[in-house]
Design a protein around this ligand. Sequence first.
Ligand code: FCB
Length: 448
Amino acid sequence: MFSNDLIKPTHFPKDFSWGVATSAFQIEGAANEDGRGTSIWDSFSHTVGKVMDGGTGDIACDHYHRYAEDVAHMAALGVDAYRFSIAWPRVQALGYGAWNEAGFDFYTRLLDALDAHKIAAHITLYHWDLPQGLQDQGGWLQRETAYHFAIYAEEVARRFGHRVASIATHNEPWCTANLGYGNGQFAPGVVDTVAALQVSHHLLLSHGLAMQAMRALPISAKLGIVLNQWTAEPASASQADQDEAAWEYARSVQWFMDPIFKGHYPKRALDRMDLTRFVVHDNDMGIIQQKIDFLGVNYYFRAFVSTENPARKPEAALGLTDMGWEIYPQGLRDLLIGLKREYDEFGLPPIYITENGAAFPDQLVAGLVHDSDRIAYLQMHLQALVQAREAGVDIQAYFYWSLMDNFEWNSGYLRRFGLLYVDYATQKRYFKDSAFWYRDFILACKEA
Ligand code: FCB
């Protein structure tokens, strides 16, 4: 059903936004420069055994010093939008207290460079790099952190809200809660599923508080949140598998969507959770349920659920990426159509695909990377997106993850998602074949 030659430039409207995405910790480096504070990912990645190759964010892609070159690469790609995140500890070392002007200056320089190339900035306030200063006070398990986040959000919006296209509060709060606290694979590395539940609530609360604070400002940026989402599909038609799939969808996708759009947690999820240490204050759900101007959706794979054999994997007819993730473009289409079906009546705003992309074992040979697998991945996911648009889903932007190879969290530098290949020894960037394909496709869309 998905084929890599079916996608055509005429399938996209002229005003569709084409972009690339990154996040601060994964690319910036300059970890100890200009007053940047320590983040939980600095602490975590410097702890032996946490990151597969022992990689850290100390240098990463050295984007802090090479941002001008990187923006020039974006211009060469022809993208009209760039999604990146602000490193909270760079602009407020401890997460509370004094603002760091040198940190803000970096983002001003970056925004100036983007402006010069007419590339719209889409910023994310929290892409996982909590200031260690706040972690030392309990981090996201501590309710107070949500209030600190709102102060930070307001300050960034006050400074940049008139010149960026959008501001997202969080990136993938599901991951912050469940990988940071549930299985401990991500910083701060806590293994406690009940704590993860509380963290997810504080993240949502912080989103609501930040939305309220930013809304009060005279800014033009659209405001929203970025969620990682998947379809959950039963391995068989059995009632048990179907129920399990519905529960999986409830505890991941609806867990964040329902509070924002409906003002309550999904009952199906609550029914099966340990709520002994789950504290929700009286007005919290009202604070969380704020109108958002866009919903950012990150899509990589589907969830596949078998009660008989929980370890069972889907057949993966289109193969796996270097992350071991199933290539399943149909899930993107089904997910988007499902979101419209369920949330339209609750005010679902336009959707931006804020992340989608794949890691493959790229080889740099004579300055070239022949990543036909990534081109096929892109084409099939764009095709899924077109199908969702044809079914009436309002999707206005697509951001490929990522502009360039970078620090892939607990996989370190072993997984390459970029359109640009980064040679970490020299910090030289090379356009992969997929970058040329994306460039040509974007251009054709503009001219179609
Ligand atoms: C997402 C993250 C992003 C990147 C991709 C591969 O979950 O938001 O930073 O690591 O996965």
